[in-house]
Ligand binder design. Structure first.
Ligand code: FES
Length: 91
């Protein structure tokens, strides 16, 4: 099965807000949840919502205002359910 891409905006606004602190935390979270064979974390160009904090994108969903302080909670509460729904076998 092809891996699903999880995008993290690496544009200049998100860069300034600390995307390079968030990136290793996301890599750890993906590993902690055993998703490294399913999910490919990729950097993305500016996702054009620069005023809404660091942005992530998974399929058609976007997650805003990511920060080093909230990335773990956002991943667990919002991003992980979206990933699990996408990976669940079609009924
Ligand atoms: S730089 Fe991230 S949304 Fe524009």
């Amino acid at each position: 099965m092809a891996k699903e891409n999880l995008f993290l905006c690496m544009g200049s606004a998100c860069h300034q807000m600390g995307v390079y602190d968030v990136l290793p935390m996301l890599q750890t979270l993906i590993q902690d949840h055993g998703l490294e064979d399913e999910i490919e974390l990729k950097g993305s160009f500016c996702l054009e919502t620069c005023s809404q904090g660091i942005v992530m994108k998974f399929q058609d969903k976007r997650f805003f205002n990511i920060s080093p302080q909230n990335v773990e909670a956002t991943f667990t509460d919002k991003i992980l359910p979206a990933i699990q729904a996408a990976l669940a076998p079609a009924q």
